[in-house]
Design a protein around this ligand. Structure first.
Ligand code: SF4
Length: 381
């Protein structure tokens, strides 16, 4: 790959030293760090929760959810004892519910196996179920002053520009090389603040587009700035080909109580999240046939379609509304279509509050189209 590590720790390109760069970053951080709720006082539990929440979710969403989360579950013991439904409610809006389950799993491990005592080093944190190198490095450096570098997307960008790297920094070997660079940069003093400073710089100044180089504390050291190649550094992630996916979303509606059925999806798209069953188009005709054979259900296919993108998947689909004509509960054990891969059980939720239970934007789109139909139906009835 040809990363030139000498560039970073000898400062040969511009005569700057790593210490100098770290010092500037720390001074800048002291003046400009955002006053986030988990930064007020170091708390291992809070650091852990906020780092997991912040992965793939914006701070604007995380901050209010974090405060609500730690208010309801103030200790690791509360998190370990938290039931699935409460956890889902507290996590709703943050997406990627698997992260919440991992947190809960990790909390149980700490409470049951470690008698509620938090691990105190990077390597010990790696043994906690669901805790990866990034989370372990944040906790170890911020809470225990361990000299271990945190490398997220922001850090990859800052370091790539600082050193004007032209290599593929997004591959696993590229990230490993960045990790080596930052390991060389991280100071003995205040390693946690250094990690936060470089991540903060990437989030607020050395932004993906339109970086604010004129406000940057390490502009003098930055090789990309000097070489006038900031805009092309780092090289873009190689794009994966887009895959088109056709799905059917299944919405059960019980008219008598104006409730809809949602379920915990265990497989397929958006597995491990709560929402409407999603059926691959190839299986839809069989499911339609079975629903139509049930006397108490009336099946309707809405004319409106939904579309949504998840990573490189471009999803589009139709909505099937299965309306209950009488008022029997759907017997989850006996209804034959459960054998077709649909969830084992449903929660019937009042239509007016179902949005608060949905965990993905796709479900929200489906619900909105369904509700438009229902409101029209009720009006015309
Ligand atoms: S000078 Fe610009 S490109 Fe270089 S680190 Fe600062 S913000 Fe990023």
């Amino acid at each position: 790959m040809g990363f030139d590590i000498a560039r970073i720790y000898l400062g040969v390109n511009k005569g700057w030293t790593v210490n100098q760069c770290a010092k500037k970053l720390l001074e800048w951080y002291d003046r400009h760090c955002r006053p986030l709720p988990w930064r007020q006082k170091i708390n291992i539990y809070h650091t852990w929760v906020c780092e997991v929440m912040s992965q793939q979710t914006t701070l604007a969403v995380v901050v209010p959810k974090f405060s609500e989360f730690v208010k309801h579950l103030p200790t690791i013991h509360d998190l370990a004892a938290c039931d699935e439904q409460t956890l889902r409610q507290l996590w709703s809006g943050l997406g990627y519910y698997a992260r919440a389950r991992n947190l809960n799993k990790g909390a149980k491990f700490i409470v049951e196996q470690l008698k509620g005592r938090f691990p105190k080093s990077y390597h010990e944190w790696l043994k906690i179920p669901g805790c990866g190198p990034y989370t372990a490095s944040v906790i170890a450096s911020v809470c225990f002053n361990e000299k271990v570098a945190c490398v997220d997307g922001n850090v990859v960008r800052v370091v790539s520009r600082l050193l004007a790297l032209s290599e593929d920094v997004w591959s696993s070997s590229g990230k490993a090389a960045i990790q080596t660079h930052v390991d060389q940069m991280i100071p003995e003093e205040r390693p946690g603040d250094f990690n936060q400073a470089i991540m903060e710089l990437g989030a607020t100044v050395c932004r993906k587009s339109k970086p604010l180089c004129l406000l940057c504390p390490i502009q003098q050291e930055c090789l990309a700035f000097a070489d006038n190649c900031v805009e092309i550094c780092p090289p873009k992630k190689p794009r994966r080909d887009t895959v088109d996916v056709e799905l059917f979303a299944l919405v059960f509606w019980r008219k008598a109580t104006d409730t809809v059925a949602i379920a915990y999806r265990t497989k397929g798209f958006l597995s491990n999240t709560v929402g409407f069953p999603l059926i691959p188009a190839t299986e839809a005709s069989e499911i339609k046939r079975v629903i139509q054979s049930l006397e108490h259900l009336q099946l309707l296919e809405l004319s409106s379609r939904f579309s949504h993108s998840i990573t490189h998947h471009r999803i589009s689909g139709n909505i099937l509304v299965a309306q209950e004509l009488e008022n029997p509960s759907i017997n989850t054990e006996s209804v034959p279509w459960l054998k077709l891969g649909l969830p084992k059980s449903f929660d019937w939720v009042p239509r007016t509050v179902v949005v608060s239970k949905l965990s993905s934007a796709l479900d929200n789109k489906v619900f909105k189209l369904f509700e438009n139909y229902i409101l029209g139906y009720i009006k015309s009835a």
